[in-house]
Ligand binder design. Structure first.
Ligand code: SF4
Length: 358
């Protein structure tokens, strides 16, 4: 997304709400974990029963128009069931002033409580992922839409320390904030199947968590590790993999085509090296995952190398960042409802002999 008019708008704070809130999340695990941290610190203010709620809060995403549409459909669904309640859009979409919300919904700043143990993961409902209409909670963690979902979300930072002009994260997720690694050690030890939650983990964070995993001989999974960070941590990641201390590793490559990467203003060499590192980790038993952007401008891309290498590939169609509900509804039908795999993905799957994993 290149030019999007987004701004800092006045939003309600969760402390201003009166009565009990039902919280539900149609966003990613970063936002879900934020909501859970607040809900676990304020159990008296939340309810898991819709009928008992005074307020219904939808934690939302804005990464594509498909995600925005899913957020709006989610809040509309609850509004049609309980029109008398108070409705709030929180999470990332709340920060997009260029996207009008339904008249019945107010914007709410994303609630979070640093260093809060998340002992009850049911306090914030996690909506089914909109991109897998056939999703079932009972399926295994390797089935589409399930990756990371059942892991313990340990919040280590939010936002991104970089200031790339084209990226919306510094607005939608706010200022970069790093939690003190040493203060998270008890939480790391208390829970199983740890997933480190960050929008963009830094080199120093990964090196610190490498030390903690080694010290306690306890594995973790991690996501959203940018290629430049992956490259800078090659030695530590390989050592973790050698010792069986790295379970799932996710680094978004977006494309393996140098021309496309340049056009996206993403690092070509670091991305290609990240794929080589992913291959090393995979050979040592790490489950490796990535993201790609499909239908990127007029480029005809070949994703077969990515599909052949990675265990799990998520795809997003390019969005110009301009919200238009009619277009979004049509794109939703095309990409999600039709059941037809987009051409580039289908070709890649055929070429590498894999079945679809979105
Ligand atoms: S951080 Fe990105 S993916 Fe997660 S909810 Fe916000 S916009 Fe969506």
């Amino acid at each position: 997304m290149d030019i999007v008019k987004i701004g800092v708008i006045k939003m309600k704070q969760i402390e201003e709400l009166v009565g009990k809130s039902y919280m539900t999340c149609s966003a990613c695990m970063s936002v879900w974990a934020d909501g859970l941290s607040w809900a676990n610190a304020h159990t008296e203010a939340v309810t898991t029963k819709l009928s008992e709620a005074d307020n219904i809060i939808v934690l939302s995403c804005q990464v594509t128009d498909l995600a925005v549409l899913s957020d709006l459909r989610t809040i509309e669904k609850y509004h049609s069931m309980f029109p008398e309640k108070n409705f709030f859009i929180s999470g990332c979409l709340a920060k997009r002033e260029d996207v009008s919300l339904p008249s019945f919904a107010e914007r709410l700043d994303t609630p979070r409580e640093n260093y809060q143990f998340i002992t009850n993961r049911r306090l914030v409902n996690f909506e089914k992922p909109f991109w897998t209409p056939e999703f079932s909670e009972q399926d295994s963690d390797k089935v589409d839409g399930h990756l990371f979902r059942d892991m313990y979300p340990l919040r280590i930072s939010k936002g991104c320390p970089k200031k790339c002009s084209y990226c919306t994260i510094r607005i939608t997720r706010g200022d970069f904030e790093k939690l003190e690694t040493s203060l998270l050690e008890k939480e790391f030890l208390k829970f199983d199947d740890i997933l480190l939650i960050a929008d963009s983990p830094t080199v120093s964070q990964i090196k610190q968590w490498y030390g903690i995993a080694l010290k306690h001989q306890k594995p973790f999974s991690i996501r959203n590790v940018e290629p430049s960070v992956t490259v800078a941590c090659r030695e530590e990641l390989n050592d973790l993999a050698d010792k069986g201390l790295l379970k799932v590793y996710h680094s978004p490559v977006q494309s393996s085509n140098p021309e496309v990467l340049l056009d996206m203003r993403r690092p070509v060499n670091a991305t290609l090296e990240t794929m080589a590192i992913a291959s090393e980790l995979k050979n040592k038993g790490v489950y490796i995952a990535t993201n790609i952007i499909i239908d990127y401008k007029n480029y005809s891309q070949d994703f077969s190398k990515i599909y052949a290498l990675y265990d799990y590939v998520s795809w997003n169609p390019l969005w110009d960042g301009v919200w238009n509900r009619d277009k979004a509804e049509k794109r939703f039908d095309l990409y999600i409802n039709s059941g037809i795999v987009p051409g580039e993905v289908e070709r890649a799957l055929v070429n590498c002999g894999k079945s679809l994993s979105k």
